[in-house]
Design a binder for this molecule. Sequence first.
Ligand SMILES: [Zn+2]
Ligand SMILES: [Zn+2]
Length: 202
Amino acid sequence: EGSFGPYSPAPFMPCDKEFLVLIALRDGRHFLHRHVTLDVVFGGERCGRLDEVLAFAERMRFPEHGLILREREHGSEGQEQHKGISDPDQLLELAEHLLGRHGSLWACTDQRAMLNPTRMTAIAATAEGFVKEMSTCCPACGEVHFAVVEQLTGLPCAWCGTPTEMVRALVRGCAVCGHRSQVPRADGQVAADPGKCPSCNP
Ligand SMILES: [Zn+2]
Ligand SMILES: [Zn+2]
């Protein structure tokens, strides 16, 4: 399942939040993996002219990425709406039709994975991360999915050592025996850019 919306640390940037769930039918256990990426093709725009529709389509990497055209921004019952547009002739025809009939239209990306290859890449990355987390086993009891359960902030500033808001370490935990252990950041970074320091760059 995925959702698109503002990225909370920088709300002016859109992000894709994907999650995958694995359910073990043998005993009903659930395993969950989340992945957030800023690499998205996601947007919507009101257009009053055909050239605006075409410029928007080009920015949204159409026709590789599918579009939706409808009368109004917010979906309401009974409004004219065309989903899954991925053919340039069809886009022209539907845009001319909607503009002629309603004077303007709302164009937006179709976020369904089969129409958005950028989202397909995000789902693949989610699956790869999930496999890594699933195959990390608890050092205490050997159970699978010794996964990251917490991120500890306070990565020290490279100049003065003051703790910053950046992640310092990860905590992995076992859902079966409760064992927890602290591990370094995956990228190996041990000091923060002084630009992120509350003391060097207040
Ligand atoms: Zn500093
Ligand atoms: Zn364990």
